[in-house]
Structures are given as structure tokens and as C-alpha cells.
Design a protein around this ligand. Structure first.
Ligand SMILES: *Cc1c(COP(=O)(O)O)cnc(C)c1O
Length: 333
């Protein structure tokens, strides 16, 4: 039985074309800066997103860590959402490894951080306080897409206070495709951006950090320090390049599938949050464990959370979605 895995968009398998590109990749030692495929990927993304420089790293967690550490010194502070990946889901790395103090603030329903709350959290220049240095946003944020005028306002605020602005753009391209804009229209507001190749884009491994030449220079040193300097990494970068060239526009299919799933479950009487990209959040409550087991018997893999997240991706078809809807309908009876 083929499994329909809705737990995350990290579960995708490399496509046939991607595997061919990986096999054919020209390789070198990337720690020496000699892997032509890694260099091509870095140049491609830096250019596309409007930055001077970029750095290929193994994971999004490392990419965000290096971004924060390149901007902030020991004892500096970054403002971040209470539910943000860089704060909640990265093992406290910025604090542990960077000695950077997080200042978390409660996020808004639309995935943004209220700029009045951000401004109130910025510390005065007083020796009692940590030095507020950076604002970190996330887009998409739990599937929600930040409005472009919000990004412009966040940029204006950070300029006013001399803060750097970092984007955890793990799903940057989902946001761009959803808004029908070039990714650069989003990234142009930021000093640095981290993009995951291994989520909806479908590459097996890898993220890219973009920023100024000086900032990426620092990040390159830090990457070596934390053990992220890889050698013939072009075999992985080739997958990322392939994804950027062939698997961006199709994210619209994932969004349509998520929308169809959300609408059908809502019709069935489930409490569904607004679907804005490739994530469907459904209130399942205490039956989450039972639903997971019920669906597992039907070849559908789910997480078991009362607020269940289902994620559409490359390996979930429109027909798969109909099967999932049928399973949820059967479960209700
Ligand atoms: C997955 C993810 C990351 C980190 O990626 P890893 O490659 O799993 O370390 C960062 N931010 C967000 C929003 C993510 O979804």
C-alpha cells in the first residue's frame, strides 16, 4: 500500500530528474570553495533573492543559527515570536551556542509580530539591559503568509531603531507563489534570509543563507566552527538547484490540495483554520490518537496532535487528498 504522508513537507523523496541531476553534478571540495555546483547554487539564490552573497548549509536550523550569530555578538538580544522556529524548535541554539538572548513576544493570528509590541520590546541604551540587535520574522509562519506591506513596515521599524532584520524563510517560495510575486519582493526587505531546500521544494538535504558579503563571510567562518563545512557537497547542491529550477511553480498544486482538504473537512464539520499555503490545521481534540490509528490502517500517516497539522507536498496528489477526505468522513461516523 502506498503511504500518504501528511506529517510534514520534509518527507518528500527526490524526483527522477533530481536524482539524475545529482548523479551528473560536477564536484569539488566546498571547504576550499572549489565545488562548482555549490558555488552555482549559492550564486543562483543570492542573485534571485537580491543579495551579494549566499552560503549552502546542511539544515535550516544551522542556517538560522549562523544568521543570528553573524549579526549578533555575545550579550546581544534578538526579538522573535513565541512560536517561531528560531526560538522554539532549534534547541535554544542562539542562546546556547551564540550567547544571544532571545526576547520572545506573542505572535498575532495572521502569523506576524505586532510592530507595536516589537517596538515596546526594544531596549533603551542602558547598561542594565541586553543590547537589542535584531528582529527575526518567519514566512510562511505555520502556513500563514505575511503581507508585503507588513514587511515594508517591519523594515521601516528596524531601520528606525538600527536593528538587523532576519527572515526564517524555510518556506519562502510557498509565500511567493501564494502571493504571485517574485521571491525577491519578499526578501528585499531583509538583511538576511534563510531558505530551506528540503521542505516543499523537495530536495533531500540543505538550506541556503543569504546576506551581504561581509555577513556571509562571518557565517562561513561560523559554519566551519559548528561542523557544517562539507566537502563534495555539490551532490546535494545539485538537488537544490534542480528544485529551484523545476519545482517552485508546482507549489501552487500543494496549495490547491491543502485548500481542497481544508474546505472538505470544514464541510464535514471539523474545525479548520484558514488555509493560506500548504498547511491545514484542524481541531481534533482528544480523538487525535484514535484518528491517527484509524488513518494509519488506511495508509495515511498523520501526527497525533489535538490541533492537527497536515502538510501537502510533492508526494501528495489530488487523488490522495480525496482518499484522506474519505477517511476523515468515515472516522466521524
Ligand atoms: C524546518 C524549518 C526550519 C529548520 O529546518 P531543518 O532543516 O529541519 O533544521 C526552520 N524554520 C522553519 C520555519 C522550518 O519549518
Amino acid at each position: 500500500m502506498a503511504v500518504i504522508d501528511l506529517r510534514s513537507d520534509t518527507v518528500t523523496q527526490p524526483t527522477a530528474g533530481m536524482r539524475e541531476a545529482m548523479l551528473a553534478a560536477e564536484l569539488g571540495d566546498d571547504v576550499y570553495g572549489e565545488d562548482p555546483t555549490v558555488n552555482r547554487l549559492e550564486q543562483h539564490l543570492a542573485f534571485e533573492l537580491g543579495f551579494a552573497s549566499a552560503l549552502f548549509v546542511p539544515t535550516g536550523t544551522m542556517s538560522n543559527l549562523l544568521g543570528l550569530m553573524a549579526h549578533c555578538a555575545r550579550g546581544d538580544e534578538y526579538i522573535v515570536g513565541q512560536q517561531a522556529h528560531t526560538y522554539k524548535y532549534e534547541g535554544g541554539g542562539a542562546a546556547v551556542l551564540g550567547s544571544i538572548q532571545p526576547q520572545p513576544i506573542e505572535g498575532e493570528a495572521d502569523g506576524s509580530l505586532g510592530l507595536d509590541k516589537v517596538e515596546a520590546a526594544i531596549k533603551q541604551d542602558d547598561f542594565h539591559f541586553a543590547h537589542t540587535r535584531l528582529l527575526a520574522l518567519e514566512n510562511t509562519m505555520q502556513g500563514k503568509v505575511l503581507p508585503l506591506d507588513y514587511l515594508a513596515a517591519a523594515r521601516a521599524l528596524t531601520l528606525k531603531h538600527g536593528l538587523a532584520l532576519h527572515l526564517d524563510g524555510a518556506r519562502l517560495y510557498n509565500a511567493a507563489v501564494r502571493q504571485g510575486v517574485a521571491a525577491r519582493e519578499i526578501t528585499r526587505h531583509f538583511d538576511s534570509v534563510s531558505v530551506c531546500l528540503s521542505k516543499g521544494l523537495g530536495a533531500p538535504v540543505g538550506s541556503v543563507l543569504c546576506g551581504s558579503a561581509e555577513m556571509i563571510g562571518k557565517a562561513r567562518r561560523l559554519r566551519k566552527m559548528v561542523g557544517g563545512g562539507m566537502r563534495q557537497a555539490g551532490v546535494l547542491a545539485a538537488a537544490g538547484l534542480y528544485a529551484l529550477e523545476h519545482q517552485v511553480a508546482r507549489l501552487a498544486e500543494d496549495h490547491a490540495n491543502a485548500e481542497r482538504l481544508g474546505a472538505a473537512l470544514s464541510e464535514l464539520g471539523y474545525g479548520v483554520e484558514p488555509v493560506l499555503s500548504n498547511m491545514v490545521y484542524v481541531q481534533i481534540g482528544e480523538r487525535a490518537g484514535a484518528l491517527k490509528a484509524f488513518c494509519a490502517e488506511r495508509g495515511i500517516r498523520l501526527s497525533a496532535a489535538p490541533r492537527l497539522r497536515m502538510v501537502t507536498h510533492l508526494d501528495v496528489s489530488a487523488d490522495d487528498i480525496e482518499q484522506v477526505i474519505q477517511a476523515f468522513a468515515a472516522f466521524r461516523r
